[in-house]
Design a protein around this ligand. Structure first.
Ligand code: OAD
Length: 244
């Protein structure tokens, strides 16, 4: 454990940096990507999650994300989301939550600050003026931008393969300061997020993985606990709040 971190000792505890993936929302009924019945077994990633796919067939891509938005509206946070919100509120040190998820279940569970590195499904983005308005309904080819008044230039505010994730500078700084890095419900198949454990570890953080099965980067973690996030995460939060 790093003892010298100013951030970590500010309120008497460590600085915990958490990375979540689709597995944390699986028990809320939102599909993961790479599990047997995952989204990438049903849809072609190149067609629906790349700028080239969008250029080739924007209606298909908008439909795909309209469905994700509808599913998100219907889903509710599960015990894993609530436990992470509780940790942020009750832990005496600093807790930072980075998510690859585009759903808003962390926020709806009460997490005060969430870095959505792959964007947010409940937001749109204007390709002309870069406005990022909250967007709860469908996006269509006729959707207009309230800021610059262009029409047909609105897309979901999600990061596609080949695009730059959000918050990378901020995340690099967080990983360099972390005393404990915890990854929850992520397969470790997609970079740069899959590389965060090695980065945090290089800077001296302890590392813990909570996942249903071993991930592609399990070997980089000091400890891996296997099971469902809805069980593992509340138990881990309970122990951290009790023993630090
Ligand atoms: P994946 O679908 O790749 O991995 C989900 C992980 O969660 C797997 O390792 C599962 O074993 C685990 N899992 C499933 N159910 C679980 C449960 N109930 N409790 C705990 N773990 C569970 O999803 P991500 O790693 O989040 O990016 O995928 C990363 C990125 O790839 C996504 O953000 C998305 C995707 O393509 C973009 O679209 C840009």
């Amino acid at each position: 454990m790093r003892k010298e971190s100013g951030m970590g000792t500010q309120r008497g505890g460590r600085h915990i940096v958490i990375l979540t993936g689709a597995g944390v929302s699986a028990e809320s009924g939102l599909g993961t990507f790479r599990d047997e019945d995952g989204l990438w077994s049903e849809y072609d990633l190149e067609e629906v999650a790349t700028p080239e796919g969008y250029a080739a067939n924007p209606a298909l891509v908008l439909d795909f994300y309209n469905q994700r938005r509808a599913n998100c509206r219907e889903a509710a946070p599960n015990p894993a989301h609530f436990a992470l919100a509780r940790l942020a509120k009750e832990y005496p040190g600093r807790v930072t939550l980075i998510t690859q998820n585009i759903d808003d279940l962390h926020e709806r569970a009460g997490s005060p600050e969430v870095l959505h590195m792959h964007g947010e499904i409940m937001r749109a983005r204007c390709a002309d003026c870069e406005a990022r308005p909250a967007w709860t309904g469908d996006i269509t080819l006729k959707s207009g931008c309230a800021q610059c008044e262009s029409v047909g230039r609105i897309r979901p505010d999600v990061v596609w393969f080949g695009e730059m994730p959000y918050f990378l500078d901020e995340i690099a700084e967080l990983l360099s300061e972390a005393d404990l890095f915890v990854a929850i419900g992520t397969s470790g198949a997609v970079y740069p997020a899959a590389g965060f454990v090695a980065e945090a570890s290089r800077h001296g953080a302890d590392t813990l993985e909570l996942n249903l099965e071993r991930s592609e980067v399990s070997a980089y973690f000091e400890e891996t606990r296997l099971g469902e996030a809805g069980i593992l995460v509340p138990a881990w939060v309970e122990s951290i709040l009790k023993y630090g």
